[in-house]
Ligand binder design. Structure first.
Ligand SMILES: [Zn+2]
Length: 167
């Protein structure tokens, strides 16, 4: 069973490549446009009914404002449609194309901020919230610190006798 697991890990799933690339971009200071579009995608995915319609319209407007259009290119099946943008650099356009591909695959939500190091990463599994063991330890440390800090603050500020008992 454990060997099966490690085999699974090595497999590159659809979207993995794009996810890693977009996450890398989100860790640079050029992230603004990509982050804005990612946040709007997440909003649209999370929203239901009328709010979903509104969020999708807003996403459309946002994409329009960056000069979004499609360009047909030669692909494996004869033709592919490339998501192109008029604003920004060529690299940013490629990253945006990858982000929209992830959204189409339903994987945009896997772009997350690591609980440990607070850097962006692409979660290969649904339940992954840190890069790896090193960041898990970082996260535990910060949680332990928070817990200790919380207890300390409670001890300082919570009155010894609750007022409710006086009534
Ligand atoms: Zn991390």
């Amino acid at each position: 069973m454990s060997s099966k697991r490690s085999e699974k890990r090595k497999t590159v799933h659809q979207g993995d490549e794009e996810g890693v690339s977009v996450a890398r971009w989100l860790n640079t200071d050029k992230r603004k446009v990509v982050l804005e579009i990612l946040e709007q995608i997440k909003r649209a995915v999370d929203a239901q009914g009328r709010e979903n319609r509104q969020a999708l319209d807003q996403l459309g407007e946002l994409l329009d404002s960056y000069g979004y259009h499609t360009v047909p290119v030669a692909g494996d099946r004869g033709i592919e449609f490339f998501h192109a943008f008029e604003t920004g650099s060529a690299v940013e356009g490629l990253v945006l194309d990858e982000l929209l591909t992830l959204a189409e695959l339903g994987l945009a939500y896997r772009l997350r901020v690591c609980d440990g190091c607070r850097r962006w990463f692409f979660a290969f599994r649904v339940d992954q919230h840190v890069h790896g063991e090193k960041c898990r330890k970082l996260y535990r440390k910060s949680e332990e610190y928070k817990a200790v800090h919380r207890d300390y603050m409670r001890a300082q500020y919570i009155p010894k006798k609750p007022k409710r008992k006086e009534n």
